[in-house]
Design a protein around this ligand. Structure first.
Ligand code: CTP
Length: 411
């Protein structure tokens, strides 16, 4: 049995390593066998830092709470599948009871029952995720790799464990693209065939689950490569017929990844839907069961397409550009600033960097002291001052006082 102790010690942060040895001691006391599984093993083998710790235990249903107590930590949250998020020694980790799963029908959530670690690994998506290391001082690092995960990592292959994997859970199609894009891996031939055969099962996946998978894609530094794979496999269309990702869009998403301030997944979403036909938006919103934030990005992305023509008007004043752009979602504007190279995009960039931050130097109290009547005229004058500042007519506080006096007819 290969031993990964050295690799793990390099890939884990000191805090993570410390926590795992604490977990090992307390679990042994509680009589449970505990394993580090999934992504942590995969990433350690790839020589990448371990982001999240997934721990699987062969304990009873209350084990999560007993372990949290024994560690002096807490259970942050629990799910219906017997998984818990724990926090101890300043480190958060996921704890699951070893289980087997069965799927009543494609797209359904699985029914689970307790199982062995072997069964737990066998229910997983890909060989590269189906490896475990027992966390016990004397066998620390001993690798369980029944399905050939190490070999597939070496070959750079994403491979399912069995022929029913995508049918059981078609979100794995998106996950396959995520790993293939992230690590520049290929699908193994059988997996590619199964994936093509089972694309239609994406239809049965709920909007929330598909959206959640897309969020994870948008968060990846290589989101563009992943979306390209999903497009080429026909998976985007299988999610919703309106979804496509043309090369120009993918190039922009790729550029975004190298921006220091990526602006997060909402900017990627806006780029992703930038060529969506306007009439398809409501159906896509329903398909992905979008909340208000995503729906706003989609709607604003579409509505903003009409604005550049107006922004290109010769002699447009900064305050008028502000009028045209003010009501749009910021992420959508950031995407538009990134996407365009013409005068309209220059206005969007100027709005984001400068115009929207302009404030008058005087405030409402100052206006009252200058004799403006309490009420709506205070707000109106503040807005006028802001516009005049944006347009470069006012610079100093004295300029603003003189402007207000002029409006009041006082000298
Ligand atoms: N898993 C699965 N099928 C799914 C989702 C998850 O088999 N549809 C399994 C995989 O074995 C995966 C583990 O659950 O390794 C944890 O899932 P997740 O946290 O989503 O993935 P990670 O392995 O942590 O990888 P990532 O780097 O993508 O977060």
């Amino acid at each position: 049995m290969p031993n990964l102790a050295d690799m793990l010690n390099t890939a884990l942060s000191p805090e993570q390593a410390q926590l795992l040895s604490h977990v090992a001691v307390e679990s042994a006391r509680l009589g449970a066998r505990v394993y580090l599984v999934g992504g942590a093993i995969r990433d350690a083998l790839l020589g990448r830092p371990v982001a999240d710790l997934d721990v699987t235990a062969s304990g009873g249903p209350r084990f999560g709470f007993a372990l949290a107590d024994a560690l002096g930590g807490e259970v942050v949250s629990s799910s219906e599948f017997g998984t818990h998020e724990l926090r101890a020694d300043g480190v958060a980790f996921d704890l699951a009871m070893a289980r087997t799963e069965s799927y009543a029908e494609p797209g359904a959530l699985p029914s689970v029952r307790p199982g062995s670690i072997r069964e737990d690994l066998a229910r997983r998506d890909f060989t590269i995720n189906a490896m475990a290391v027992e966390i016990l001082a004397d066998s620390w690092g001993d690798l369980q790799d029944e399905f050939g995960g190490v070999e597939d990592l070496r070959l750079g292959l994403v491979r399912t464990l069995h022929g029913g994997s995508f049918r059981d859970d078609a979100t794995r199609i998106v996950r396959a693209a995520r790993y293939a894009g992230r690590y520049a891996f290929q699908l193994d031939d059988d997996t590619a065939r199964l994936l093509a055969r089972d694309l239609r099962h994406l239809d049965a996946i709920s909007g929330d689950r598909v959206r959640h998978e897309l969020e994870k894609v948008f968060d990846e530094p290589r989101a563009a490569a992943i979306l390209r794979l999903l497009r080429d496999w026909g998976a985007l269309r299988a999610i919703h017929s309106s979804l496509r990702a043309d090369d120009a869009t993918l190039a922009l998403i790729d550029d975004l990844a190298s921006e220091p301030e990526r602006g997060g997944r909402a900017v990627t979403l806006s780029l992703f839907v930038s060529s969506l036909p306007a009439e398809a938006a409501p159906a896509l919103e329903r398909r992905l069961n979008m909340g208000a934030d995503w729906a706003r990005v989609v709607r604003d992305t579409i509505a903003l397409r009409d604005v550049p023509g107006r922004l290109r008007r010769p002699g447009l004043l900064p305050s008028e550009a502000d009028d045209l752009l003010r009501d749009y979602d910021e992420h959508t504007l950031r995407a538009a600033a990134l996407a365009g190279e013409d005068m309209a995009a220059d206005w969007v960039r100027r709005y984001l960097n400068e115009l929207r931050h302009v404030r008058p130097l005087l405030d409402g109290n100052d206006l009252l002291v200058l004799g403006v009547e309490r009420g709506p005229s205070v707000g109106e004058l503040l807005r006028e001052l802001r516009r005049a500042r944006q347009d470069g007519h006012l610079r100093t506080r004295d300029d603003e006082v003189a402007y207000v006096r002029g409006r009041l007819g006082v000298n």
